[in-house]
Design a protein around this ligand. Structure first.
Ligand code: CA
Length: 229
């Protein structure tokens, strides 16, 4: 497993050290910050997979840090586990509404903390996979890596074929007219015309082999990706 980078923001040194010790021992890469300002600097300068955020901090408090992180598109998706003291229920609710994923009330046991960390990271990873992959029958499309696999074997698509497949496969059952397809796909260095869409479809179907049947022609309208019941 890769080493996830966890940032722990806590001004109480003994808690900071305890959390750092336990997470490091589990194989995570851990950075500590004692103020909100410092935490925001760490997040801006390194890739962070999870933040453990104490709410009571000197300077900008934890809720403000969470708010800033959630407002910034670059940091919005980093999961947050809040650390709170007893009697901060209002802050817990505010934090969860801001988008924090979970919380722990002090004092907490390291084992509970580790379980929460693992659960939040797992949930987050699952969410990311859902957003970056389309899997239909034997067709697997990795959007970010621009890779298509047919029954686990990679297939080589052109730029336009890939775009075309993603457009259709994202909305099974949805009919796209040729002109909608032209609008949605931007060819590299050449314009896609309505006529060339038909040519691209023929090429794409051929490369998909038997699975090419998923791309259906809707007579005198356009194309759609077959919807599976
Ligand atoms: Ca504190």
């Amino acid at each position: 497993m890769s080493k996830e980078h966890i940032l722990i923001v806590e001004d109480e040194e003994d808690i900071l050290e305890l959390v750092k010790y336990n997470l490091t021992r589990e194989g995570y890469s851990v950075t500590g910050a004692v103020t909100g300002e410092e935490a925001l600097k760490v997040v801006a300068s390194s890739s962070t997979d999870l933040i453990i955020l104490d709410l009571m901090l000197p300077g900008i408090d934890g809720l403000d840090v969470a708010k800033k992180l959630k407002e910034n598109p670059n940091t919005r998706k980093i999961p947050i586990i809040m650390l709170t003291a007893k009697g901060e229920e209002v802050d817990i609710v505010t934090g969860l509404e801001l988008g924090a994923d979970d919380y722990l009330t002090k004092p907490f046991s390291p084992r509970i903390l580790l379980a929460r960390v693992r659960a939040v990271l797992r949930r987050h990873l699952k969410k990311q996979e859902d957003q970056t992959e389309i899997m239909i029958d034997g067709i697997k499309i990795h959007l970010g890596r621009r890779i298509v696999q047919l029954n686990d074997k990679p297939v080589d698509l052109t730029f336009t074929e890939f775009e075309l497949l993603v457009l259709l496969a994202k909305k099974p059952g949805w009919v796209f007219t040729r002109s909608q397809i032209v609008d949605a796909i931007h060819g590299v260095g050449y314009a896609v015309t309505e006529r060339s869409v038909d040519v691209q479809i023929v090429g794409l179907r051929k490369k998909l082999g038997e699975l090419g049947n998923y791309i259906e022609t809707v007579r005198s309208i356009g194309y759609r990706f077959k919807e599976i019941e």
